[in-house]
Design a binder for this molecule. Structure first.
Ligand SMILES: CC(C)(COP(=O)(O)OP(=O)(O)OC[C@H]1O[C@@H](n2cnc3c(N)ncnc32)[C@H](O)[C@@H]1OP(=O)(O)O)[C@@H](O)C(=O)NCCC(=O)NCCS
Length: 421
């Protein structure tokens, strides 16, 4: 049996931050009913690559869910929402600030309708404070949560990271909060409101930068490859520095294309072996005992020279060859994997992290798999629902409406957009 079997989620989330969370919970076995506006989650049509099919943006974030369209701006639509809410363990949303309140459903109202329900809410900046009224997307959260000012190089503009720490990262935070609140609900019988702000989630994921922010009040950051000094203030962007106690960098390899790099960590314990391996080839058989590199503090000071030596050795090897050379001497390292590398990677396929799915509109497509592996309830990925695919199913089998009621509600516009004036 799946871990969340029997847990029903009324999922009003859209775009990425919320759907990422509800998809994970669906993969853990929750019954996720995605309640969409009549025109659907906007991502269904965004960045569409096949005419008539939902975009990959939508399908990759909404697997294993049922879809029902409900016009929340009609009285009958609100009635359907309230009926569904009464059957739900979790209700979740990531609308812009105030949207749900304007629809008439504050947390207090939702709690009064179903005191057992746990409510999950994602906002760009939370419901309190000077930024509370602002909308947010991924890169806005990365900008305001400290990720961008600390990513990139000193001489260039701040960079966003390719990983969606603002959207998917926030979805992960929400999943943790929802499961904790559900656990508490099961003991107390009372649900609670779980809020995650994208800005807060990004800050949480930048925790080590806050370590360095405070260290700068007392010391220079010796491990940084860029100049730092006590009292300098902002944590600087430091390229591909490791960010931890050990030195690390991305090393360019043969044939020197944009992804022909390997990330190498010169862990303190491996320096001797590494120096003895590369030194002779570079004409420096005594490299391990060279005073410029003999201790970690010297290696920190002279790291640019050290990286140049490692890169000179790597220039004759591909990233995979260099990995095969470094692995036996226990140097922590990893080739920079392109999306093509990953899509064809045996390890990734074996771990079901790139999974083939199929639907009648899109044909075959691939989703990134479930990264959380539960031994007794492994995830089984199923395609994303078409818009409103489960209207009748949900209305009849979840809410117990009969045909007459369904038809009357349809006629009243509960599931369709109001006609344009
Ligand atoms: C992502 C975001 C910027 C998108 O903004 P947006 O497209 O303007 O969408 P909003 O959520 O603000 O508003 C949606 C509108 O659709 C309406 N709507 C939503 N579901 C509906 C339904 N089922 N029936 C009828 N109307 C519906 C809302 O009532 C709202 O209308 P209003 O402005 O008249 O009140 C915004 O939702 C947001 O800031 N969310 C919180 C942060 C977040 O999650 N961002 C990351 C997304 S990956």
């Amino acid at each position: 049996m799946e871990a969340l079997n029997g847990v029903r989620i009324l999922d009003m989330t859209h775009v990425q931050a919320g759907p990422t969370c509800s998809q994970l919970l669906a993969w853990m076995g929750a019954d996720v009913i995605k309640l969409e506006p009549p025109q659907g989650d906007a991502t269904r049509g965004q960045l569409r690559d096949i005419p008539g099919a939902d975009s990959l943006y939508f399908t990759m974030l909404n697997c294993n869910k049922r879809s029902i369209t409900v016009n929340m701006k009609s009285a009958e639509g609100k009635e359907v929402f309230v009926d569904l809410l009464k059957t739900a363990d979790i209700v979740m949303e990531n609308f812009g600030p105030g949207v749900l309140d304007r629809l008439g459903f504050t947390w207090e109202k939702i709690h009064a309708i179903n005191p057992r329900v746990v409510m999950g809410s994602i906002k760009g900046f939370g419901s309190t404070g000077p930024y509370a009224e602002f909308k947010a997307y991924e890169n806005v959260a990365q900008a305001m949560g400290g990720a961008m000012s600390t990513t990139g190089t000193l001489d260039g503009a701040p960079y966003v990271t390719g990983a969606q720490i603002g959207d998917s990262g926030t979805g992960l935070h929400l999943a943790i909060g929802l499961l904790a609140a559900l656990h508490q609900r099961d003991r107390t019988g009372i649900g609670q409101y779980v809020e995650v702000a994208m800005m807060d989630g990004v800050m949480n994921l930048c925790r080590v930068k806050w370590r360095d922010h405070q260290r700068l009040e007392r010391q220079a950051l010796a491990e940084y490859s860029v100049p730092t000094s006590m009292g300098m203030g902002d944590v600087p962007r430091a390229g591909n520095d490791s960010g931890g106690g050990q030195l690390g960098n991305a090393i360019h390899c043969k044939p020197h294309g944009p992804n022909d790099y390997i990330y190498v960590v010169v862990q303190e314990a491996v320096w001797n072996n590494l120096a003895n391996l590369i030194g002779p080839t570079l004409g420096q058989p005594e490299l391990a005992s060279d005073p410029k590199f003999a201790t970690i503090s010297e290696r920190r000071k002279n790291q640019q020279e050290m990286w140049a030596l490692i890169a000179a050795f790597a220039a004759n090897h591909t990233k995979r060859e260099f990995m095969a050379i470094l692995n036996p001497i226990d140097v922590p390292c990893g080739p920079i994997m392109s999306t093509t590398d990953l899509a064809n990677d045996e390890h990734i396929r074996g771990r079901e992290m790139y999974v083939e799915l199929e639907d009648e509109r899109r044909g075959k497509w691939w989703n990134v798999g479930m990264p959380i592996k539960l031994s007794a309830s492994p995830a089984k990925l199923e395609r994303a629902p078409f818009l409103g695919e489960h209207n009748d199913d949900v209305l009849k089998n979840v809410l117990g409406y009969d045909d007459a009621k369904v038809n009357a509600m349809k006629a009243a516009g509960a599931f369709t957009a109001a006609p344009k004036k």
